[in-house]
Write a protein that binds this ligand. Sequence first.
Ligand code: UDP
Ligand code: MG
Length: 139
Amino acid sequence: MATNRTFTMIKPDAFADGNTGAILSMIEKAGFKLIAAKLTHLTAETAGKFYAVHSERPFYNDLCKYMSSGPIVAVILEKENAVADFRTLIGATNPANAEDGTIRKIFARSIEANAVHGSDSDENAAIEGSFFFSELERI
Ligand code: UDP
Ligand code: MG
């Protein structure tokens, strides 16, 4: 995957609240192109694999339960400087600390149910995109 790509998920809270369309619209208006998209439902096991890097953190078990609590939408995005620009667009992990106008500030319920995922590096964007999409499914 090219380094101008990042990976996001519309998390179960945002999907359940009916905010998928509004969030994808904000993402497109910010200049990101959709490369692949999939509506799916993680199990506790697949969520655990996705978040394996956090397996020693105190919030890990709750996070896996939450991420498997309902449908999600997984999306690969493309834009110049995609990883950093997308982190700016979504705002801080804890919506209480997120800048006004960011996706998490507008849509998140809590630090756990924070509406969207955003990759933290080019390397992880590629790994996370491959977790959900095969080569054939990407533009
Ligand atoms: N999370 C949580 N409690 C915390 C920190 C994180 O429930 O104290 C959840 C939250 O859903 C977050 C995810 O774990 O988005 C991954 O954490 P990370 O530190 O990677 O935050 P992110 O990169 O998503 O901003
Ligand atoms: Mg992270």
